[in-house]
Structures are given as C-alpha cells and as structure tokens.
Ligand binder design. Structure first.
Ligand SMILES: [Zn+2]
Length: 143
C-alpha cells in the first residue's frame, strides 16, 4: 500500500535540506537571545527575583525544547549524508514530500505515525478504565 509513494527527487531533497538548515540557523539565533535574557539583573528585590526565576524556568523549558528540536535536525541532516533521508524509520518506505515539507524532521511515514499514535491512545484508555475500576470498587465498599 506504500507503492504509490515515490522516492524524493534531487530537487525535493535540496528543498528539504535548505529548510532544515534555515530552521537550524533560526534555533541558534534564539539560543543567543535566551542567553542574554538569562543574565540576572543587579540588585533585584525578592518579587523581581521570583519573576526572574519564573521567566528563567520558562526560557529553560523553551530552550530544552529547542535543544530537542536541534538534535532532531542534526539527525535528519546526518541522514542526508547517508542518503537515508525521507525514509520511514519503522517500515523503510518513503515519506511523502508534503509531509516532510510540513515537518522536515519527520522520522515515520504517516501510516506508522498514525499507528504509533493509536497505540498511545489505546494505552491511555487502558489506564483510564483501570482507575475507573478502582472507583467502582471503592463505591462498592462504602455501600
Ligand atoms: Zn512507515
């Protein structure tokens, strides 16, 4: 069922690579901004300090997310060197160009991605019904 998806053309690969590279550049820029904002102001009182802490933890979270994304970009760029870019990590079929344009760091084809997400929500439902079972038990004990 994946046969209708053709390998990416050279032109498409180049488009995606430059997209990844510009994404990477924009990450580096915002990291510099973050470093500037992280410097503590002199003689700040307690309230200002807690605001600074709050802002810093937000920035840190943001930076962690960026670092995570940066890693994904690096991984994707490495795949270009190995000529593996655009292939699904799971089933090895080609990922659609449109999908990669929307998410150049995508590692799974849409079929495998949907399957992975279905598994996740199934686990969630399983957890939910488990805790519901506990509630029912408690009610039974109280009655
Ligand atoms: Zn796949």
């Amino acid at each position: 069922m994946y046969d209708n998806i053709k390998p990416l053309t050279k032109k498409q690969l180049n488009t995606l690579k430059s997209k990844l590279l510009s994404d990477k550049e924009s990450l580096v820029f915002s990291e510099k901004d973050t470093d500037l904002s992280l410097s503590k102001p002199e003689g700040s009182d307690e309230v200002e300090q807690s605001i600074t802490d709050y802002t810093n933890s937000h920035l840190l979270r943001f930076r962690n997310r960026e670092a995570f994304y940066a890693k994904k970009i690096e991984k994707a760029l490495k795949k270009f060197d190995l000529e593996e870019y655009g292939k699904c990590d799971d089933c090895g079929s080609w990922i659609k160009f449109e999908r990669l344009m929307a998410r150049p760091t995508a590692e799974l084809c849409i079929f495998c991605k949907e399957e992975a997400e279905r598994d996740e929500s199934n686990n969630f439902i399983a957890r939910q019904s488990k805790s519901l079972g506990k509630v029912v038990d408690l009610t039974g004990m109280m009655a």
